[in-house]
Design a protein around this ligand. Structure first.
Ligand code: BTN
Length: 336
């Protein structure tokens, strides 16, 4: 790791506290001049580093730039090695993940972007991705599930996001209670704060699914004015202290990889369902409620009765007929 990276990591872990140049030089095993040069270069990149004679260096509490160094300081060692890429701007982190996969096949990668120019949503929609504190991330994961179970990864991802939102709230002395709207929209106070888009990448020759790309976009601290007018009343924003952004990104990574372990456990040990399913049902904002099922632009009034082991939603229509919804081609709404 370069001096700059080590310095950033150390300052991130001690955010808001001064550490003397001498102490930093000792911790990083370099000269004080190297510390000074690295701090200067980080300042030039926009990091809010204060350098004060007789006090040393401090990264300001409100520093919010995503960095691999800062994120890795909050990662749970139990999740194994994760490669983190951070981009200022890209069309879509899911597309970026696909491009990376073409050059370098592999798993355990996550790509963040500060902003997306063509963020992709479900059902071919776009996903508004303004710059600010929001998290736009794509994870390259192993294809652990067969086709019948493919819904489980998106279901699990929504639980991972809900857990991450709850945890970052707790770290900030807030008690957030995220809920999930089938299949995988995460809501806070009845507004959608997150979208999830899963894409499979297959090997053209074998036809086998090679990797899964799990794209997650969470709206954080962004002024509602930055979203298109027509969606403003539906968008929710997670409000956190700006200085907690890297921690939030790390918690999200931790939770996604824990969720992947839960799927692995389910597969390897022949369980009835992954361990997150009960939590998914508990967090569901549709179970037991009256909803509208939207299929091919038609709207049907129904009641959400159950969520099965594979993440399918059992609904009962006004006519008394029941149907198990399994596909991403169906969406549900509460209002008419
Ligand atoms: C939806 O709600 O329709 C799904 C939105 C998914 C958005 C995320 S943001 C990161 C990743 N990159 C994309 O282009 N889309 C996903």
């Amino acid at each position: 790791m370069s001096v700059k990276s080590s310095l950033l990591k150390t300052l991130e872990l001690n955010k808001g506290c001064f550490i003397s140049g001498q102490e930093l030089a000792r911790m990083l095993d370099v000269s004080r001049t190297s510390v000074w040069k690295a701090a200067k270069s980080l300042q030039d990149e926009g990091y809010l580093i204060e350098a004060v004679t007789n006090k040393g260096y401090m990264l300001a509490e409100e520093s919010r730039i995503l960095s691999e160094e800062a994120i890795s300081g909050f990662l749970d060692p139990g999740i194994g090695s994760v490669s983190i890429t951070i981009m200022d701007n890209t069309d879509s982190t899911n597309n970026e993940a696909k491009r990376i996969l073409m050059d370098e096949p592999g798993f355990g990668r996550v790509i963040f972007a500060e902003e997306q120019s063509s963020g992709k949503g479900r059902l071919g929609r776009s996903f508004s991705s303004p710059p600010g504190d929001s998290l736009y991330a794509s994870f390259i994961l192993k294809p652990l599930l067969d086709v019948n179970d493919s819904l489980l990864i998106t279901v699990g991802a929504s639980v991972a996001v809900a857990r991450a939102v709850e945890k970052i709230g707790a770290a900030d002395d807030e008690s957030f209670e995220p809920e999930i709207k089938w299949v995988n929209d995460v809501y806070l106070d009845n507004k959608k704060i997150c979208g999830i888009l899963t894409e499979a990448v297959s090997d053209l020759e074998s036809g086998q699914i090679q990797s899964l790309i799990l794209g997650i976009g969470i709206n954080v601290n962004t002024d509602i004015k930055h979203y298109p007018k027509e969606i403003r009343d539906r968008i929710g924003i997670v409000e956190i202290s700006p200085g907690q952004r890297n921690r939030f990104a790390a918690i999200l990574i931790n939770e996604v990889f824990h969720m992947q372990d839960e799927i692995m456990d389910y597969r390897m040990n022949g369980l009835d369902e992954p361990s997150f399913m009960d939590e998914y049902r508990q967090r569901s904002m549709v179970l037991g409620k009256g909803i509208y099922v939207i299929k091919n632009d038609e709207k049907y009034e129904a009641k959400a009765i159950d969520i099965n082991n594979h993440g399918g939603l059992l609904v009962k229509y006004k006519t008394g007929e029941t149907e198990l919804l399994n596909t991403g081609e169906v969406s549900i709404r509460f209002d008419s």
